[in-house]
Each structure stands twice: as structure tokens, then as C-alpha cells.
Design a protein around this ligand. Structure first.
Ligand code: BGC
Length: 731
């Protein structure tokens, strides 16, 4: 903290009552379902650190006015909301943006989201979500960057830069929040909120790195996770918050709990009651209580009975005040109520969303070069339940009150080929078996269930539409309430009767393309063998339909790569490439017997994605075949576009430490670069491997180490890369 900020914080602390300090440690609910004391009342009496679940510019100003004019110390409120992949302009899902393997895509998207949401009066978003997720059944896999800590760290830093910029006082940026600290992605069985058991080595080598990258990028706030981590709930976990985050990483911002996570400590069988919950979270270093009012209700009693000292409380309040000062909120607490309409969904924002969607899509299959399609086509059938569904094009986690406004795939195709006959037949509807508990996100509750006879008629109509067309574009996948929070699944199959419809249509023998709109890897085993062209479009946002059409008709060459592997079956999860080698490795004849009823290799590996052109990667060179502990090695490789059109390749570098203090994964991503090449063009990519890439946290040593050992190294276009070299790390 600089001197001036420190002085202002200390002066405020001196004048604040304990009730006001409790107010600053509280994030109160602004939702209309709120049953407790109303925000006006709380703010007038003691102020509030923050308010969430409100998206109403006028009301922000009205509440801020109470804080600035009527509350005792006149401390501004931070208005917070989940702005996850766009505010007015919706960008592709975070998992999709990770598929771009281009951190600048995520940075630009979050900069736009920051600008629009700040204009609405928000100061703070609960993002980026940095949970590594290796279990595709877990619904929240959609919110993160996938399975890998190296890619995850790059996306984490980029999103923090996008939201916050370089300076917290920037009026076009918002405060970011690295969530959910930590380990939430490893929920048992992929079931949302279930307990997590992770070794310290797994936490430090796999789950922590994106969070540490966010700290290095200057993230202002953290959110503690809901779930129980090795039998200590994350929101009451002093090791996570005090020791690792503050002690080891030097984080000097503040930590907010997940919603109601403080009072949940009692439900989880950790704390005795709400008062004990508050004490356990305060002692664990959790600054701000989201929505449960546990701090407000209990702080005074806890101080009075000596359970907690005023020094401890002041230490928790300090970073909250300091961030408000640094953001300039004391000087500029209000928002110009005319700003949003000038800023929301500007053409350049939509252009950025289109480009992000184009860069995020992954071509999974293109047998016989079915794609790109000719723009001379005259008669196209579009089938599938998500082809013309705006919400399913935008995906989960829309801000409160958002009116869907996406270009659907059907609309995008019509925009691309205005003169063609495009017939749309959605086929049978898809819906969750168990409705989503959050009404706001619930598509199932909003759409009446289709009667079986109507579903049958819709099925037949889709087949007929396909029979009469020259080309069939099947747009299938998941609705927006099928991934996200409270949206885990046991199966990864296409929901409903989609695969059955795909089979019936494919039997007609027409050229057919499958476009997937979904929030997680899907087990599309049949399609992967039988549908010649498959484009993973994810849920691509406002401009999604135009971006799909750009790719299908060859105006844009797809270059995205999977940030997660696609399991063949939900029962195979968790599945990830960076496994530790076993005594029956992949090269051994016994490898195939992992299960006797199905192969356990992924359907599509991590890092995989095709292009309309071809590439070769060659000439792998190391600056030396030996490197001393603590020193760096330079790796170069040449990439050539060997095809006929310009395209992007993501060159990926993987290493494997062959032996050491601990066993190490058979492959780990340690470098990547997305480059554009004209036909015939060659570029050289360069990677550095130093102590950060070659070291790891060792269970045996109980600390970060670098071993002397031999390493394999591969460069290529996915995690099965075969271009190989070796080097040695020496003492
Ligand atoms: C989610 C968080 C979110 C919070 C506030 C919780 O249910 O787990 O990710 O930021 O709600 O809306």
C-alpha cells in the first residue's frame, strides 16, 4: 500500500464503530427475493462493504447516495455481479475462449465486459473462474479454462488484465475476483458441491497455478470455494487463505466467500452454529461474508466475548477500504445514468465477440473435406433443437435481467446465404430431467414439456426436411441450463433424442455437418465415426451464429484446439492427458485392459483441432542437450503451412521427466503459441524451459524442487505430438 492510501485507511479505521467494520466485512444481497433486513436499512445504519445480485443503474446510485450521505463514515459501496462472459455483448463461454489458445481473446473479451458493466454501475465481477476441471460431468467445467494448469494460468492472467487493466482507478474497468479458491473442480464424481480430496502435490502442481498466476497479474480479490477440501471447508480454511494465499503468494487484496458459504459451515458439519461459522471464517482470514449476514449478526458478540480481537478485525477491513480508495470510489461513487446506452453492445464490441467466437471453435472432423461448404448451395436443411435458440447460443451465466439477443446459427446461415432456401426443423425438444434450482437460469421450467406425439412429429419433420435438402446442417448439443452451476450430469451423451435423429438423417446419405453447441465435452462416439464433418462451436455468444457460418462457408479457417479431452463415456471421467505413467504404460500390450468393455483413451485428445489447411512441424532444436538446475533451455521448431489456404496452428510443447524424487506425468504442457501462416509459409516458434517449467512441488521433499533427471520433449499440434527430443537436467 502506498503511504497516502495507508493513511486514509488508518484514518477511516479510527473513526469507524465496530458495527461499521462489520458492515464493510459484509456483502449484502440486493436481490428481490431477499427476506432479511433490506439493503437501505443496513447501509443507513452501518454502510456495507459490497452489494450483489442487483443490476439496476438507478438503484445503484440511490443506494450509494445513502452510503455517501447518510451512513456514519460515508464509505462507498462496491456493486458486484457475476459478469462471466459478457454483460450486454456476450462472448463465447470461458471454456470456449480457452479453446482459442489465444490469451488475447480472453483479455479483449473481459475488457469489453468490464467497460459495459462499469457503465451500468458495477465495480466488481466474480470472475475469472480458475478451477481446473478434469471431470466433464461437472457442470462448472464450462466456466473455466479446462484441464490444464499451464493453459489455465495463461487464461487466468489474461482475464485479470482484461477486467482490471493496469490500474484499479481506470473508470472503464472493474475489479476481478479469482474463484473458487480452491479445488472445487475436483468435486467427487463431478457432482456439484461434493467434497474434494486432493493431495498437497495435486493442489500445488495442478489446482493452484492459475490462482497464483492471477495474483501475479494483480487480481484485487479472491473468492473462497464452497466445498469441503480434505475435510476442511474452503471458506473456513486457514491454510488456504492465511498460509498459502497471503503468506506464500503475498496476496494483499481481500477474499469474499462464495454465496452463503460462511453460514454453510454449520450445515456442512464443521461449525457449531452461525456464530461459530463467522468465527471460523474470520479466523481463517476470510474478509467478506457473501450474503449470509453471519458477520453482521455476530461480530459484536465475538469481540465482546473475546473470541476475536479488534486487531484481527482491522486487518480484515483494511484491504477492502484500500481497494475502494485505489478505485477512486470515494471521489467518484456514482455512475452516469446515461452511459450504458452509449456503451452497451457497440458495433466494435460485437465485432470482438464475432472474432472471439471464430477463434474459439474447434474442427473435430472433416472427412473428405466436406467443409468448407460452397456458398453456391441453394437448398439447405438445418435441424436440431439448439439451432435457433438464443439462450442456448449464449450459454449459462447471463447477468441478471439480460435479454437474449444472440445471432443463432440458423440466423447466421440465413445472413450468409440470403438467397438460399434454408428449411429449419428442430426435431424433438431437449430438457433437463430435474429442473434447475435457480429460476433465472432455468430453460426447462420456462418451456412447457413437449408431448410425446409432438416430439414424434418433430422428429419426422426433421427427417423430411433433411430428405428434401442438398446438405444437412445438424445443430445439436445442450441448452444453457445443462451446464454451469447446479448442472452436472452423469452421462456425456447428446441429451434427448438428438443422436437418434442424427442417425435417421445420416441414413439418407446426404452430405451432413454436425455443429455442436454445448458447455462441456460430449461423448459423440457414433458421430465421430459416422458424421463426416463436426465443428465444436461451444456456446459462442452474441455473434455465435455468424461466426459458425463464417467457418462453415470458409470465410474463416478454424484454428481452435480442445482445452479438455473428450471422454468416450461419462463413466470414464475424470480423464486428462497429464496422467502419471503406470507399470503398464500406453506402449504396453496390457494398456488396453484398463476397462475390458471400452477403450479408455479419449475420443479427442487435449490440444486437438483440425484446420482447412495442413501443417508440418519440424526441425525441433534445443539450445543444449543439458541444462543445469536453475538455468534455462531454448527450444525452437519450424511450422509450415503445407496446404492451400491461410490458417492458424497452435504449436504445443510437452515435457516428461523420466524419473525423480516423485513420479511425474507422462506429458505436461509447458509452452504454446498460436500463429497464422499463409500457404507455403514457414515460421519458427521459440519456447523457454526454465526452473518454473522444470520444477514441481514434491511429495517426497515436501517443497518445490528441481531434480537432476532426463526429460522427453515433444512439439506438435496436440497432446499426442510425436516430434521428439531429449535433454538432461544436471547439478
Ligand atoms: C457461485 C459463484 C457466484 C456466486 C454469486 C455462487 O452460487 O458459486 O460462482 O459468483 O454464487 O452469484
Amino acid at each position: 500500500m502506498n503511504d497516502d492510501v495507508t493513511k486514509r485507511v488508518e484514518a477511516l479505521l479510527k473513526q469507524m464503530s465496530l458495527a461499521e467494520k462489520a458492515g464493510q466485512l459484509a456483502q449484502i444481497s440486493g436481490a428481490d427475493w431477499n427476506q432479511g433486513p433490506q439493503p437501505e436499512e443496513i447501509i443507513r445504519e452501518r454502510g456495507a462493504g459490497s452489494l450483489l445480485w442487483l443490476n439496476d443503474t438507478k438503484r445503484f446510485n440511490a443506494l450509494q447516495k445513502i452510503a455517501m450521505e447518510e451512513s456514519p463514515s460515508k464509505i462507498p459501496i462496491l456493486f458486484a455481479l457475476d459478469v462471466i462472459h459478457g454483460y450486454s455483448t456476450i462472448f463465447p463461454l470461458p471454456l470456449a475462449m480457452a479453446s482459442s489458445w489465444d490469451p488475447s481473446v480472453a483479455e479483449q473479451a473481459q475488457a469489453v465486459a468490464a467497460k459495459e458493466s462499469r457503465a451500468a454501475g458495477l465495480h466488481w465481477t466474480f470472475g475469472p473462474m480458475l478451477d481446473i476441471a478434469r471431470d466433464a460431468r461437472w457442470g462448472r467445467i464450462v466456466e473455466g479454462a479446462g484441464e490444464d494448469p499451464y493453459l489455465g494460468s495463461a487464461m487466468a492472467a489474461a482475464q485479470v488484465r482484461g477486467f482490471q487493466g493496469d490500474d484499479l482507478s481506470d473508470p472503464e474497468r472493474i475489479l476481478a475476483c479469482a474463484k473458487h479458491f480452491a479445488g472445487y473442480g475436483a468435486a467427487d464424481g463431478g457432482r456439484d458441491y461434493d467434497p474434494v480430496y486432493l493431495s498437497e502435490a495435486q493442489l500445488r502442481n495442478i489446482y493452484f497455478p492459475p490462482f497464483q498466476a492471477a495474483v501475479r497479474a494483480g487480481v484485487g480479490t479472491f473468492m473462497s470455494a464452497y466445498m469441503d477440501l480434505n475435510n476442511v471447508p474452503a471458506s473456513g480454511n486457514s491454510w488456504l487463505m492465511n498460509d498459502v494465499l497471503r503468506g506464500e503468494w503475498g496476496f494483499d487484496g481481500f477474499i469474499v466467500s462464495d454465496a452463503f458459504a460462511v453460514s454453510n459451515l454449520a450445515i456442512e458439519g464443521f461449525a457449531r452454529d452461525k456464530k461459530d461459522s463467522a468465527l471460523r471464517s474470520l479466523n481463517a482470514g476470510l474478509n467478506m461474508d457473501m450474503a449470509s449476514n453471519s458477520y453482521i449478526e455476530n461480530l459484536e458478540a465475538l469481540v465482546k466475548d473475546g473470541s476475536i480481537s479488534m486487531e484481527q478485525i482491522d486487518a480484515l477491513v483494511r484491504p477492502i477500504l484500500s481497494i475502494k480508495i485505489k478505485m477512486g470510489l470515494f471521489e467518484n461513487p456514482y455512475v452516469d445514468e446515461t452511459l450504458l446506452e452509449k456503451v452497451a453492445a457497440l458495433p466494435e464490441h460485437w465485432q470482438a465477440a464475432r472474432s472471439a467466437a471464430q477463434r474459439s471453435m474447434v474442427l473435430l472432423r472433416n472427412e473428405g473435406n466436406v467443409l468448407p461448404l460452397s456458398n453456391e448451395l441453394k437448398n439447405i436443411a438445418v435441424i436440431g433443437p439448439v439451432a435457433d435458440w438464443m439462450e442456448a447460443t449464449e450459454g449459462p451465466w447471463m447477468v441478471f435481467g439480460h435479454q437474449p439477443n444472440a445471432v443463432t446459427v440458423l440466423q447466421g446461415l440465413r445472413n450468409k446465404l440470403p438467397d438460399a432456401k434454408i428449411t429449419y426443423a428442430p426435431g424433438p425438444d431437449i430438457r433437463r430431467d430435474i429442473p434447475h434450482p435457480f429460476g433465472e437460469f432455468d430453460a426447462t421450467a420456462k418451456r412447457p414439456a413437449q408431448k410425446p406425439e409432438d416430439a414424434e412429429a418433430a422428429f419426422k419433420a426433421a427427417v423430411e426436411a433433411a430428405r428434401n435438402a442438398d446438405v444437412v446442417i445438424a445443430v445439436m448439443g445442450e441448452s444453457h441450463d445443462m451446464s454451469g452451476e447446479f448442472a452436472s450430469r452423469g452421462s456425456l451423451d447428446l441429451p434427448g433424442r438428438q443422436e437418434e435423429l442424427l442417425k435417421a438423417v445420416s441414413a439418407l446419405g446426404k452430405p451432413i455437418v454436425l455443429v455442436l453447441l454445448n458447455g462441456r465435452p460430449l461423448s459423440i462416439n457414433w458421430a465421430a465415426e459416422n458424421i463426416p464433418a463436426i465443428l465444436e462451436a461451444w456456446q459462442p455468444g452474441s455473434e455465435g451464429g455468424n461466426a459458425v457460418a463464417d467457418i462453415l462457408f470458409g470465410d474463416v479457417n478454424p484454428g481452435g484446439k480442445l482445452p479438455v479431452c473428450f471422454p468416450r463415456n461419462g463413466n470414464h471421467a475424470p480423464l486428462y492427458y497429464a496422467r502419471v505413467t503406470t507399470h503398464a504404460p500406453e506402449s504396453s500390450p496390457n494398456y488396453r485392459s484398463r476397462y475390458w468393455d471400452s477403450p479408455t483413451t479419449p475420443l479427442y485428445p487435449f490440444g486437438f483441432g483440425l484446420s482447412y489447411t495442413t501443417f508440418s512441424i519440424s526441425n525441433l532444436k534445443l539450445s543444449s542437450s543439458q541444462v543445469k538446475i536453475g538455468q534455462s533451455l531454448t527450444v525452437t521448431a519450424d511450422v509450415t503451412n503445407t496446404g492451400k489456404v491461410a490458417g492458424d496452428q497452435v504449436v504445443q510443447l510437452y515435457i516428461h521427466q523420466k524419473w525423480g524424487s516423485d513420479s511425474r506425468p507422462m506429458r505436461e504442457l509447458k509452452g504454446f503459441e498460436r500463429i497464422t501462416l499463409q500457404p507455403g509459409e514457414t515460421k519458427t516458434v521459440t519456447f523457454q524451459l526454465g526452473p518454473d517449467e522444470l520444477g514441481y512441488w514434491s511429495t517426497n521433499a515436501g517443497k518445490w524442487i528441481q531434480d537432476t533427471a532426463s526429460f522427453d520433449l515433444w512439439a506438435g499440434s496436440d497432446s499426442l505430438a510425436s516430434l521428439h527430443a531429449e535433454f538432461e537436467v544436471t547439478a
